[in-house]
Design a protein around this ligand. Structure first.
Ligand code: SF4
Length: 358
């Protein structure tokens, strides 16, 4: 199809079919940025309440900058990839302190901000400031690969360049933000991964994938590596209605969130090895098959890892083994109320819910 015909067609489709979402009704770069960062993590319907709550609690970039990181992480809880929440907070601070609370309008300056990559910079620049630059996300890869019959691997450097060049050639000088929203919405609602609505599609006369029935093989994407398994054994120490918890540090998953003192094993541990950690009184009362004091395995799937976690409940003062003592280091006791307000991985939230913490 001719390049110049693409944008009017997809925009026409958009005006008729798009969903009414709060970030579509604004040109405020703060709200556009917030929505884009949240939507990188989740689908529109799941992301909507997060967006609304962020805007309610922090109606401006300055108010987000002034928040405590812990509160931002707490609000982000459930979205995963917590480094994005930390960058969100850092970015708000830079925009407030360096740019006097106004997002820069050009793509290069936007890209320099924490947590803003090519995609988000293009989204903000085009939607808030009318800069004619293309956003290229999974929807755009799919739509362009199918309509134009491009078989380059979207994870390869060459493939990324090819798609970015094509996408930028298609962006109009007038209304680039509308064009970008239209193509992403078209990919999300019509040209979907599994069931594209080809029979109702405005591109059906020119779409190459439809012509050669290759919709389901496009876009081409090389296979991802199998996720690795990790085995977490958490010590849940309770004393005087307080729980011992620990802030995660370093470059591993969940940095800045709170979990329990943890022993990580390279392989699954047998029941009898876990029972060793219980004090004598609990050993006597322990029937592993009933989950007394030692939980069953919680399986928690992340993008590149599968966590297999078990929780061992201990009374305060059970620190007899060296291993246990070392895992308790840097942990502190928290009341139930405090535990509930700490930012925690979803896995820990699930366990707490199961033992009666709401
Ligand atoms: S015809 Fe089908 S594959 Fe082609 S753009 Fe339309 S929905 Fe996508």
């Amino acid at each position: 199809m001719k390049f110049r015909d693409f944008s009017p067609k997809v925009v026409e489709w958009y005006l008729e079919h798009h969903r009414n979402l709060p970030w579509r009704k604004t040109r405020d770069p703060y709200r556009i940025w917030l929505s884009e960062i949240i939507l990188q993590q989740t689908r529109v319907l799941q992301g909507l309440p997060y967006f609304e709550e962020f805007v309610r609690r922090y109606p401006s970039v300055q108010s987000l900058a002034a928040a405590k990181e812990r509160d931002v992480l707490r609000l982000w809880q459930g979205l995963g990839y917590y480094s994005r929440a930390r960058n969100l907070h850092k970015c708000a601070k830079v925009v407030t302190q360096v740019f006097q609370g106004r997002f820069p309008a050009d793509v290069d300056s936007l890209r320099e901000l924490p947590g803003i990559g090519d995609y988000t910079a293009a989204a903000i620049a085009s939607m808030a400031f009318d800069v004619p630059v293309a956003v290229v996300d999974g929807n755009v890869y799919r739509v362009l690969s199918r309509i134009f019959g491009i078989r380059n691997d979207i994870l390869s450097t060459r493939g990324k360049r090819t798609f970015a060049e094509l996408a930028n050639q298609l962006v109009p000088n007038v209304g680039p933000g509308l064009h970008n929203q239209a193509i992403m919405e078209f990919g999300a609602l019509f040209c979907t991964p599994r069931n594209p609505r080809c029979t109702e599609c405005p591109f059906q006369r020119t779409c190459i994938a439809l012509k050669d029935s290759s919709q389901h093989t496009l876009p081409v994407k090389r296979k991802k590596k199998k996720p690795s398994s990790r085995y977490f054994y958490y010590f849940v120490v309770e004393e005087a209605s307080k729980l011992r918890m620990k802030e995660r540090r370093g470059r591993d998953i969940w940095t800045g969130l709170f979990d329990f003192p943890l022993y990580e094993s390279s392989k699954p541990l047998k029941e009898k090895e876990l029972i060793k950690y219980l004090p004598a009184s609990r050993k006597r009362n322990t029937n592993p098959s009933e989950g007394h004091f030692i939980s069953s395995t919680y399986r928690h799937v992340l993008t590149h890892q599968i966590i297999h976690a078990r929780f061992i409940q201990l009374p305060g003062g059970s620190t007899k083994s060296v291993l246990l003592r070392s895992t308790l280091k840097d942990s502190s006791m928290f009341t139930k109320k405090e535990v509930m307000s700490l930012p925690k991985p979803v896995l820990i939230g699930k366990y707490l819910h199961d033992i009666g913490y709401q």
